[in-house]
Design a protein around this ligand. Structure first.
Ligand SMILES: Cc1cc2nc3c(=O)[nH]c(=O)nc-3n(C[C@H](O)[C@H](O)[C@H](O)COP(=O)(O)OP(=O)(O)OC[C@H]3O[C@@H](n4cnc5c(N)ncnc54)[C@H](O)[C@@H]3O)c2cc1C
Length: 397
């Protein structure tokens, strides 16, 4: 039995553990906090489109151990709300049931891969393992026959992830191709009639200019119909000799959300109240990509680190507050911003839900680097810094 059981060791899980530990420490209380997660690391998922993804992780032990949070390696396979227990399957196939008084569901989201002929040849950057598989594939391309389409990549989906993958791939492929850089070709395929359909019109001119600068070909109103290891067939009938195809379109909340009685949004996220509690299952809190919370009176949170970190802080705080008889806090995140990497063409920073462009080029790129290389990393080893990082009143980073 654990007083607070957290499922997931991503951004929401880590910051909820720190926040719960912080409130426990503040009250000198005796609460057990346990995190169930399959890996040993916090994976820096927003950077998985970069080269050398294997390095993009932080040992959970150096975050959880100093603040007295237990870690149970395993995968949560079932949640029994009636008996307040979670089935956890370990690497050796053994399954155990762990009871809880409060549950924080922070098991994230997963890319919805399409079911199309040759779909097994699609790469993606959704998990560390998949990003490492893409990286190994790219590194092997120079050994393939010249002029065969070895350095042609098709990126499917021109949303946030697709734009970052496509713009970064140009530089990665050119570096690998060396003197054969003229063979590099990146084709960005989007089903909608516009680039970045969910980004709105504000940033689109800057994004279009960046794609042009990098020589990325854009195919709108199109998608992948089928593929094999060296060719991609588009729905508009085009056949491309391309040895790499990366799928980026469509996310869904972790399937564990379906184990919790409650209301779900179109992404499969659990609708939570202002305190991040699932109204129909009051002992359950959701945070990060599993939670459909309101960021303000009109806008639901987006599946992003920008929200996963504060959602984690509030969920952890409120779960502990509930058990300690302390007041719970209404979720109050910082105003919404978007910072999109555009590879060698810089980056773009927008503010507000209408996404007004505030910074572009090198200045936006510096900010993007500060966010993803510093601000979204938790402190390590230092108890005081770790507990402070769990304070819900801190800025999101
Ligand atoms: C390529 C890419 C680029 C991105 N770029 C940005 C960006 O620029 N800015 C931004 O804000 N966001 C970005 N995001 C989104 C961001 O990474 C996610 O919104 C964020 O990681 C969500 O945090 P989370 O803790 O909810 O989920 P995750 O970080 O996915 O963590 C989920 C955790 O739960 C664990 N887990 C899953 N299932 C189980 C289970 N059954 N049992 C136990 N543990 C389980 C996983 O192993 C993992 O540890 C990007 C994502 C990708 C893939």
């Amino acid at each position: 039995m654990s007083d607070i059981l957290i499922i997931g060791g991503g951004f929401a899980g880590v910051w909820s553990a720190l926040a719960a530990a912080r409130l426990r420490d503040e009250h000198g209380a005796d609460l057990t906090i346990t995190m169930v997660t399959p890996g040993d690391d916090l994976v820096i998922r927003p950077r998985l489109y970069e080269a050398d993804p294997a390095a993009l992780r932080v040992p959970l032990e150096r975050i959880l151990h100093p603040v007295g949070v237990n870690r149970l390696p395993g995968i949560a396979t079932a949640i029994d709300g009636e008996h307040r227990s979670v089935a956890v399957t370990h690497g050796d196939g053994r399954t155990e049931r762990l009871g809880y008084r409060r549950l924080i569901l922070a098991s994230g989201s997963a890319l919805r891969r399409p079911d199309l002929p040759g779909g097994e040849h699609l790469f993606d950057v959704d998990t560390l393992a998949r990003a490492v598989a893409l990286d190994s594939h790219l590194r092997a391309l120079p050994a393939r026959p010249e002029g065969s389409g070895r350095f042609t990549a098709v990126v499917v989906g021109a949303g946030f992830t697709g734009l970052e993958v496509a713009t970064e791939l140009v530089g990665r492929l050119r570096a690998l191709a060396g003197p054969a850089a003229h063979e590099v070709r990146v084709v960005l395929v989007e089903r909608a009639a516009m680039l970045g359909p969910e980004l709105g019109p504000g940033p689109r001119p800057v994004i279009s200019a960046a794609l042009e600068e990098l020589g990325i070909e854009v195919r709108l109103d199109s998608s992948v119909a089928s593929l094999d290891a060296t060719h991609v067939h588009l729905t508009d009938g085009t056949e491309l000799s391309a040895h790499t195809a990366v799928w980026t379109a469509g996310m869904a909340a972790s399937a564990l959300t379906r184990h919790i009685p409650g209301s779900h949004d179109g992404l499969g996220r659990l609708r939570v109240d202002r305190h991040l509690r699932v109204p129909e299952s009051p002992e359950v809190f959701a945070a990060g990509d599993t939670a459909a919370a309101m960021a303000d009176s009109d806008h639901p949170t987006l599946q992003s680190c920008q929200y996963a970190i504060p959602l984690g802080r509030y969920a952890g705080h409120n779960a502990a507050a509930d058990l300690l008889g302390r007041p719970s806090l209404a979720f109050a995140p910082q105003p919404y911003v978007t910072c999109l990497d555009l590879g060698a063409a810089g980056a773009i920073l927008t503010t507000g839900w209408e996404r007004s462009v505030k910074l572009t080029g090198d200045r936006a790129k510096d900010l993007k680097r500060t966010i993803v290389e510093e601000r979204i990393y938790p402190p390590l080893d230092d108890v005081t810094e770790l507990l402070n990082a769990g304070d819900p009143k801190r800025l999101w980073t």
